[in-house]
Ligand binder design. Sequence first.
Ligand code: AMP
Length: 334
Amino acid sequence: MTEHYGDYEVESFLGKGSIGKVFLARHRRIGRRVALKTVHLETKFEDEEDRTEFYKRLQREAELCGSMQHPNVVTLYEVGYDGDLVSFLATEYVDGETLLARLRRTRPLPLDEAIGIATDLLRGLAYAHSKGIIHRDIKPANILLTSDGRAKIADFGVARPLNSSLTATRSLVGTPNYMSPEQVKTTPVSPRSDLFSAGAVMYEMLTGVKPFAAPELSGILYNVVNLVPPRVTETNPSVPDAIARVVAKLLAKDANQRYATADEALSELELVDHARAAALESGELGLLTVDHGDDTTPLSTIVDYDPTPSPLRREVEPPTFSSVAVVLVAPLLA
Ligand code: AMP
Protein backbone atom coordinates (compact mmCIF):
# COMPACT_ATOMS: atom_id res chain seq x y z
CA MET A 1 0.00 0.00 0.00
CA THR A 2 1.25 3.48 -0.87
CA GLU A 3 2.38 5.53 2.08
CA HIS A 4 0.62 8.90 2.54
CA TYR A 5 1.56 12.11 4.28
CA GLY A 6 -1.32 14.57 4.02
CA ASP A 7 -2.10 14.86 0.31
CA TYR A 8 1.24 13.38 -0.70
CA GLU A 9 1.79 9.85 -1.93
CA VAL A 10 5.29 8.47 -1.44
CA GLU A 11 6.99 7.31 -4.65
CA SER A 12 10.49 6.46 -3.50
CA PHE A 13 13.06 6.95 -0.77
CA LEU A 14 15.57 9.75 -1.43
CA GLY A 15 17.79 9.76 1.62
CA LYS A 16 18.14 9.87 5.35
CA GLY A 17 18.08 13.41 6.65
CA SER A 18 18.81 14.95 10.02
CA ILE A 19 15.12 14.99 11.03
CA GLY A 20 13.95 11.77 9.39
CA LYS A 21 13.47 10.13 6.02
CA VAL A 22 13.26 12.16 2.83
CA PHE A 23 10.95 10.79 0.11
CA LEU A 24 10.14 11.67 -3.45
CA ALA A 25 6.36 12.14 -3.28
CA ARG A 26 3.51 13.33 -5.48
CA HIS A 27 0.59 15.55 -4.53
CA ARG A 28 -2.45 13.39 -5.19
CA ARG A 29 -4.62 16.26 -6.48
CA ILE A 30 -2.27 18.50 -8.45
CA GLY A 31 0.40 15.91 -9.30
CA ARG A 32 3.32 18.09 -8.21
CA ARG A 33 6.40 16.11 -7.23
CA VAL A 34 8.11 17.15 -4.03
CA ALA A 35 10.94 16.16 -1.74
CA LEU A 36 9.03 15.24 1.41
CA LYS A 37 11.06 15.66 4.58
CA THR A 38 9.27 13.65 7.22
CA VAL A 39 9.74 13.87 10.95
CA HIS A 40 11.03 10.69 12.50
CA LEU A 41 8.43 10.08 15.19
CA GLU A 42 10.61 7.69 17.16
CA THR A 43 13.22 10.42 17.63
CA LYS A 44 14.50 10.06 21.16
CA PHE A 45 14.81 13.24 23.18
CA GLU A 46 16.90 13.69 26.27
CA ASP A 47 14.20 15.69 27.96
CA GLU A 48 11.19 17.86 27.29
CA GLU A 49 13.38 20.91 26.63
CA ASP A 50 15.24 18.97 23.94
CA ARG A 51 11.95 17.97 22.33
CA THR A 52 10.62 21.54 22.38
CA GLU A 53 13.85 22.83 20.83
CA PHE A 54 13.63 20.21 18.04
CA TYR A 55 10.08 21.23 17.07
CA LYS A 56 10.93 24.91 17.43
CA ARG A 57 13.77 24.37 14.96
CA LEU A 58 11.46 22.68 12.46
CA GLN A 59 8.86 25.40 12.78
CA ARG A 60 11.65 27.95 12.26
CA GLU A 61 12.86 26.14 9.13
CA ALA A 62 9.29 26.26 7.83
CA GLU A 63 8.95 29.99 8.55
CA LEU A 64 12.36 30.88 7.13
CA CYS A 65 11.98 28.86 3.96
CA GLY A 66 8.40 30.02 3.57
CA SER A 67 9.67 33.58 3.19
CA MET A 68 12.16 32.72 0.43
CA GLN A 69 11.69 32.42 -3.31
CA HIS A 70 14.90 32.29 -5.34
CA PRO A 71 16.37 30.05 -8.07
CA ASN A 72 19.36 29.21 -5.86
CA VAL A 73 17.37 28.31 -2.75
CA VAL A 74 15.22 25.17 -2.47
CA THR A 75 11.59 26.36 -2.35
CA LEU A 76 9.27 25.26 0.44
CA TYR A 77 5.76 24.41 -0.81
CA GLU A 78 3.87 23.17 2.21
CA VAL A 79 4.19 22.26 5.86
CA GLY A 80 2.27 19.34 7.35
CA TYR A 81 1.17 19.51 10.99
CA ASP A 82 0.16 16.93 13.52
CA GLY A 83 -1.74 19.11 15.97
CA ASP A 84 0.64 22.00 16.57
CA LEU A 85 3.76 20.08 15.65
CA VAL A 86 5.41 19.97 12.24
CA SER A 87 5.15 16.46 10.77
CA PHE A 88 6.58 17.05 7.29
CA LEU A 89 8.02 19.69 4.97
CA ALA A 90 7.18 19.42 1.26
CA THR A 91 9.92 21.17 -0.71
CA GLU A 92 10.88 21.61 -4.34
CA TYR A 93 12.23 18.31 -5.68
CA VAL A 94 15.70 18.72 -7.16
CA ASP A 95 16.29 16.03 -9.75
CA GLY A 96 20.04 15.74 -9.50
CA GLU A 97 22.51 15.09 -6.71
CA THR A 98 24.14 16.77 -3.74
CA LEU A 99 27.52 18.45 -4.15
CA LEU A 100 28.74 15.84 -1.65
CA ALA A 101 27.86 13.03 -4.08
CA ARG A 102 29.36 15.01 -6.98
CA LEU A 103 32.65 15.43 -5.09
CA ARG A 104 32.72 11.72 -4.30
CA ARG A 105 32.89 11.04 -8.02
CA THR A 106 35.27 13.83 -9.07
CA ARG A 107 37.70 15.88 -7.04
CA PRO A 108 38.81 18.49 -7.73
CA LEU A 109 35.96 19.61 -9.95
CA PRO A 110 36.65 21.11 -13.37
CA LEU A 111 37.32 24.84 -12.92
CA ASP A 112 34.26 26.06 -14.84
CA GLU A 113 31.93 23.77 -12.90
CA ALA A 114 33.41 24.81 -9.54
CA ILE A 115 33.07 28.50 -10.39
CA GLY A 116 29.48 27.97 -11.61
CA ILE A 117 28.50 26.27 -8.34
CA ALA A 118 30.30 28.91 -6.24
CA THR A 119 28.51 31.69 -8.14
CA ASP A 120 25.08 30.09 -7.54
CA LEU A 121 25.95 29.50 -3.89
CA LEU A 122 26.89 33.16 -3.37
CA ARG A 123 23.73 34.28 -5.21
CA GLY A 124 21.56 32.10 -2.93
CA LEU A 125 23.39 33.37 0.15
CA ALA A 126 23.10 37.02 -0.94
CA TYR A 127 19.35 36.48 -1.25
CA ALA A 128 18.96 34.68 2.11
CA HIS A 129 21.05 37.38 3.82
CA SER A 130 18.92 40.10 2.19
CA LYS A 131 15.94 38.43 3.89
CA GLY A 132 17.79 38.58 7.19
CA ILE A 133 18.60 34.85 7.29
CA ILE A 134 21.97 33.26 8.06
CA HIS A 135 22.18 29.61 6.93
CA ARG A 136 24.85 28.47 9.44
CA ASP A 137 25.41 25.04 7.89
CA ILE A 138 26.68 25.57 4.35
CA LYS A 139 28.39 22.33 3.30
CA PRO A 140 28.43 20.05 0.21
CA ALA A 141 25.57 17.88 1.58
CA ASN A 142 23.32 20.96 1.72
CA ILE A 143 24.00 22.09 -1.83
CA LEU A 144 21.79 20.36 -4.40
CA LEU A 145 22.85 20.29 -8.05
CA THR A 146 20.22 20.17 -10.78
CA SER A 147 20.82 18.08 -13.88
CA ASP A 148 21.35 21.29 -15.89
CA GLY A 149 24.17 22.38 -13.61
CA ARG A 150 22.47 24.86 -11.28
CA ALA A 151 23.16 24.82 -7.52
CA LYS A 152 20.47 25.34 -4.87
CA ILE A 153 20.91 25.75 -1.14
CA ALA A 154 18.88 23.33 0.98
CA ASP A 155 18.31 22.61 4.65
CA PHE A 156 17.73 25.79 6.56
CA GLY A 157 17.22 23.66 9.66
CA VAL A 158 19.84 25.40 11.77
CA ALA A 159 19.37 28.80 10.15
CA ARG A 160 18.52 31.74 12.38
CA PRO A 161 16.89 35.04 11.56
CA LEU A 162 19.52 37.79 11.82
CA ASN A 163 17.85 39.61 14.68
CA SER A 164 16.66 36.61 16.60
CA SER A 165 17.68 36.35 20.21
CA LEU A 166 18.56 32.79 19.28
CA THR A 167 21.42 34.13 17.16
CA ALA A 168 23.48 34.47 20.29
CA THR A 169 22.68 31.00 21.60
CA ARG A 170 25.94 29.58 22.82
CA SER A 171 25.72 26.15 21.35
CA LEU A 172 27.86 24.62 18.64
CA VAL A 173 25.81 24.59 15.44
CA GLY A 174 27.13 23.59 12.03
CA THR A 175 29.42 20.96 10.53
CA PRO A 176 33.05 21.06 11.81
CA ASN A 177 34.92 21.05 8.47
CA TYR A 178 32.89 23.99 7.15
CA MET A 179 32.27 25.96 10.34
CA SER A 180 33.56 29.48 10.75
CA PRO A 181 35.99 30.30 13.59
CA GLU A 182 33.27 32.34 15.28
CA GLN A 183 30.95 29.29 15.22
CA VAL A 184 33.67 27.08 16.69
CA LYS A 185 34.25 29.65 19.43
CA THR A 186 30.46 29.86 19.93
CA THR A 187 30.61 33.62 19.62
CA PRO A 188 27.76 35.43 17.82
CA VAL A 189 27.74 34.94 14.06
CA SER A 190 26.95 37.33 11.23
CA PRO A 191 26.23 36.61 7.53
CA ARG A 192 30.03 36.59 7.07
CA SER A 193 30.05 33.23 8.84
CA ASP A 194 28.24 31.75 5.81
CA LEU A 195 30.91 33.36 3.60
CA PHE A 196 33.61 31.45 5.46
CA SER A 197 31.71 28.17 4.95
CA ALA A 198 31.25 29.03 1.27
CA GLY A 199 35.03 29.58 1.11
CA ALA A 200 35.65 26.12 2.62
CA VAL A 201 33.29 24.56 0.04
CA MET A 202 35.03 26.45 -2.80
CA TYR A 203 38.43 25.35 -1.52
CA GLU A 204 37.33 21.72 -1.59
CA MET A 205 35.81 21.99 -5.07
CA LEU A 206 38.99 23.58 -6.47
CA THR A 207 41.62 21.45 -4.72
CA GLY A 208 39.79 18.23 -3.89
CA VAL A 209 40.79 18.54 -0.21
CA LYS A 210 39.05 19.97 2.82
CA PRO A 211 41.02 22.99 4.06
CA PHE A 212 40.88 22.10 7.77
CA ALA A 213 40.84 18.30 7.64
CA ALA A 214 42.31 16.42 10.61
CA PRO A 215 41.88 12.86 11.91
CA GLU A 216 40.16 14.01 15.11
CA LEU A 217 37.29 16.41 15.68
CA SER A 218 39.46 18.46 18.04
CA GLY A 219 42.09 18.78 15.28
CA ILE A 220 39.50 20.08 12.80
CA LEU A 221 38.20 22.63 15.28
CA TYR A 222 41.76 23.73 16.11
CA ASN A 223 42.56 24.09 12.41
CA VAL A 224 39.44 26.13 11.68
CA VAL A 225 40.49 28.65 14.32
CA ASN A 226 44.27 28.63 13.81
CA LEU A 227 45.40 27.12 10.52
CA VAL A 228 45.75 29.16 7.34
CA PRO A 229 45.47 26.43 4.69
CA PRO A 230 47.93 26.33 1.75
CA ARG A 231 46.84 28.61 -1.06
CA VAL A 232 44.50 26.88 -3.53
CA THR A 233 47.10 27.30 -6.29
CA GLU A 234 49.70 25.36 -4.28
CA THR A 235 47.52 22.26 -4.42
CA ASN A 236 46.04 22.89 -7.85
CA PRO A 237 48.28 25.14 -9.98
CA SER A 238 45.73 25.21 -12.80
CA VAL A 239 43.48 27.52 -10.72
CA PRO A 240 44.11 31.19 -11.57
CA ASP A 241 45.70 33.08 -8.69
CA ALA A 242 42.93 35.69 -8.72
CA ILE A 243 40.40 32.96 -7.86
CA ALA A 244 42.67 31.59 -5.12
CA ARG A 245 42.69 35.14 -3.70
CA VAL A 246 38.88 35.22 -3.54
CA VAL A 247 38.87 31.91 -1.63
CA ALA A 248 41.59 33.13 0.76
CA LYS A 249 39.58 36.28 1.51
CA LEU A 250 36.43 34.25 2.19
CA LEU A 251 38.47 32.10 4.59
CA ALA A 252 39.90 35.01 6.61
CA LYS A 253 39.88 34.06 10.32
CA ASP A 254 38.73 37.54 11.29
CA ALA A 255 35.19 38.02 9.93
CA ASN A 256 35.96 41.72 9.35
CA GLN A 257 38.71 40.76 6.90
CA ARG A 258 36.28 38.80 4.71
CA TYR A 259 34.03 40.32 2.06
CA ALA A 260 31.43 42.51 3.72
CA THR A 261 28.58 40.77 1.91
CA ALA A 262 27.89 37.76 -0.31
CA ASP A 263 27.06 40.26 -3.07
CA GLU A 264 30.54 41.78 -2.80
CA ALA A 265 32.17 38.32 -2.99
CA LEU A 266 29.95 37.46 -5.94
CA SER A 267 30.91 40.63 -7.86
CA GLU A 268 34.60 39.92 -7.27
CA LEU A 269 34.26 36.30 -8.39
CA GLU A 270 32.37 37.34 -11.53
CA LEU A 271 34.96 40.02 -12.30
CA VAL A 272 37.83 37.57 -11.91
CA ASP A 273 36.03 34.95 -13.97
CA HIS A 274 35.35 37.40 -16.81
CA ALA A 275 39.02 38.40 -16.74
CA ARG A 276 39.92 34.70 -16.95
CA ALA A 277 37.66 34.21 -19.95
CA ALA A 278 39.15 37.30 -21.63
CA ALA A 279 42.72 36.16 -20.90
CA LEU A 280 41.91 32.76 -22.29
CA GLU A 281 40.64 34.38 -25.46
CA SER A 282 43.63 36.68 -25.87
CA GLY A 283 45.88 33.75 -24.97
CA GLU A 284 44.48 31.81 -27.87
CA LEU A 285 45.23 34.71 -30.17
CA GLY A 286 48.76 34.97 -28.78
CA LEU A 287 49.21 31.30 -29.44
CA LEU A 288 48.44 31.68 -33.07
CA THR A 289 51.35 34.12 -33.19
CA VAL A 290 53.53 31.53 -31.47
CA ASP A 291 52.62 29.09 -34.14
CA HIS A 292 54.15 31.56 -36.57
CA GLY A 293 57.45 31.42 -34.73
CA ASP A 294 57.19 34.32 -32.26
CA ASP A 295 59.15 33.13 -29.21
CA THR A 296 58.39 36.31 -27.24
CA THR A 297 54.69 35.47 -26.81
CA PRO A 298 53.92 35.33 -23.07
CA LEU A 299 53.18 31.63 -22.91
CA SER A 300 53.06 31.72 -19.12
CA THR A 301 49.76 33.59 -19.40
CA ILE A 302 48.28 30.83 -21.47
CA VAL A 303 49.67 28.16 -19.20
CA ASP A 304 48.38 29.95 -16.05
CA TYR A 305 44.85 29.93 -17.37
CA ASP A 306 44.87 26.43 -18.77
CA PRO A 307 42.08 24.64 -16.86
CA THR A 308 43.51 21.21 -17.64
CA PRO A 309 46.93 20.89 -16.02
CA SER A 310 49.39 18.85 -17.98
CA PRO A 311 52.62 17.33 -16.71
CA LEU A 312 54.03 18.25 -20.13
CA ARG A 313 54.22 21.87 -19.05
CA ARG A 314 57.14 21.47 -16.70
CA GLU A 315 59.18 19.25 -18.95
CA VAL A 316 59.06 21.22 -22.17
CA GLU A 317 62.17 23.03 -23.36
CA PRO A 318 61.65 26.60 -24.72
CA PRO A 319 62.30 25.79 -28.42
CA THR A 320 59.52 23.19 -28.44
CA PHE A 321 57.05 25.48 -26.65
CA SER A 322 55.07 26.55 -29.67
CA SER A 323 54.17 23.08 -30.89
CA VAL A 324 53.36 21.78 -27.39
CA ALA A 325 51.32 24.88 -26.57
CA VAL A 326 49.23 24.30 -29.66
CA VAL A 327 48.49 20.79 -28.39
CA LEU A 328 47.58 22.19 -24.95
CA VAL A 329 45.26 24.89 -26.19
CA ALA A 330 43.76 23.06 -29.17
CA PRO A 331 40.93 21.55 -27.07
CA LEU A 332 40.05 25.02 -25.80
CA LEU A 333 39.61 26.32 -29.34
CA ALA A 334 37.24 23.48 -30.25
P1 AMP B 1 18.45 16.47 4.37
O1 AMP B 1 17.45 16.12 5.40
O2 AMP B 1 18.15 17.82 3.76
O3 AMP B 1 19.87 16.31 4.83
O4 AMP B 1 18.25 15.43 3.15
C1 AMP B 1 18.71 14.11 3.13
C2 AMP B 1 18.88 13.62 1.70
O5 AMP B 1 17.64 13.70 0.98
C3 AMP B 1 19.86 14.49 0.89
O6 AMP B 1 21.17 14.06 1.03
C4 AMP B 1 19.34 14.30 -0.52
O7 AMP B 1 19.86 13.10 -1.08
C5 AMP B 1 17.85 14.15 -0.36
N1 AMP B 1 17.16 15.44 -0.55
C6 AMP B 1 16.92 16.39 0.39
N2 AMP B 1 16.26 17.44 -0.14
C7 AMP B 1 16.05 17.15 -1.44
C8 AMP B 1 15.41 17.84 -2.53
N3 AMP B 1 14.85 19.04 -2.36
N4 AMP B 1 15.41 17.25 -3.74
C9 AMP B 1 15.98 16.02 -3.90
N5 AMP B 1 16.59 15.33 -2.94
C10 AMP B 1 16.63 15.87 -1.71
